[in-house]
Design a protein around this ligand. Structure first.
Ligand code: AMP
Ligand code: ZN
Ligand code: FE
Ligand code: FE
Length: 282
């Protein structure tokens, strides 16, 4: 059955390839009823998405953001729904995260160049446009140069966490990211928990920090994983959320909006937790 909810979507405000308004039109054409825009370290996609959504009263758009954090051995992504994104302090922090992304992307381009795979920084910047720059933009530039066939090859061979051209950047800890979302009236949710190699250690700590949900429904999760995560979410009193994490890369097998998502009832409970007065979902 097609999903009616997708709470994890990227746009050109970060490393997605669809403009927020194009994404909204796509999800409407797929019959989705509740979506969240969750760009990396940016909420710039929200205003255009919410504007486009006014033409589609059947669709609810939840404002969101995705924050990258690190623990030894693993990346942990925290989603923040209903954050008070008009807060100047919140926006200042996001600007800082995006600046750190840019410095790090430059470092990776330099390392690749040093390793015999020269890239033009200007081209990488151009691919990122106004959006938060990330490794997918570097991967795209590498595909253009013919160094690799598909973006995922860049992660497997060069810019994955343990790759020879990977560069670290200052990140929050997962607990700090949960706190940061809570401080700005948001609902903190653990993204793609199956990617966290020490999940059983991390989950109780995040719950303690104020985590309110985790992604149970996700493209890479097998039915067994979904079942196990759903049980764990229920045990910890966490909402069982999720989505496609769609970037519109057009790669073979890419999970698209409508292919995976949580039940409407869980999304309605998420909406019930919203503390911000504006912008109110319809
Ligand atoms: P960054 O935000 O610069 O750390 O890059 C992380 C982003 O790269 C993720 O949000 C995904 O969009 C993408 N990504 C991570 N791992 C892979 C992979 N193995 N293959 C393709 N894209 C990936
Ligand atoms: Zn991404
Ligand atoms: Fe993520
Ligand atoms: Fe994502």
């Amino acid at each position: 059955m097609a999903a009616r909810v997708d709470l994890h979507l990227h746009t050109t405000a970060s490393d997605g390839r669809l403009h927020p308004s194009e994404l909204v039109r796509l999800v409407v054409s797929r019959g989705l009823r509740i979506i969240a825009i969750t760009d990396h370290d940016s909420t710039e996609g929200l205003a255009p998405a919410l504007k486009e959504a006014t033409a589609h009263p059947e669709l609810t758009v939840i404002p969101g953001v995705e924050l990258s954090t690190d623990i030894p051995g693993s990346e942990v992504h925290i989603l923040g729904y209903f954050v008070a994104y008009d807060s100047p302090r919140f926006q200042r922090a996001l600007v800082g995260f995006r600046q750190a992304r840019e410095i790090r992307a430059r470092g990776m381009v330099q390392k690749l160049t040093d390793q015999g795979l020269p890239l033009e920084w200007e081209r990488v910047k151009e691919l990122a446009g106004d959006g938060a720059i990330g490794r997918p933009h570097i991967a795209q530039a590498m595909v253009e140069k013919g160094y690799i066939a598909l973006p995922q090859d860049a992660f497997a061979k060069y810019i994955g966490r343990n790759g020879p051209a990977y560069v670290e950047r200052e990140k929050l800890t997962p607990e700090e990211a949960v706190g940061f979302v809570l401080e700005h009236q948001g609902v903190p949710v653990l993204a793609h928990p199956a990617y966290v190699n020490v999940l059983q250690e991390v989950l109780p700590k995040l719950k303690q920090a104020g985590l309110m949900g985790m992604e149970v429904y996700y493209g890479d999760h097998t039915p067994e994983t979904v079942k196990a995560l759903r049980a764990q979410a229920a045990l910890l009193g966490l909402l069982a959320l999720g989505g496609s994490d769609y970037h519109a890369l057009g790669t073979p097998g890419e999970i698209e909006p409508g292919q995976v998502g949580p039940p409407l009832e869980q999304a309605r409970r998420l909406i019930g937790l919203a503390r911000t007065e504006k912008p109110l979902p319809k």
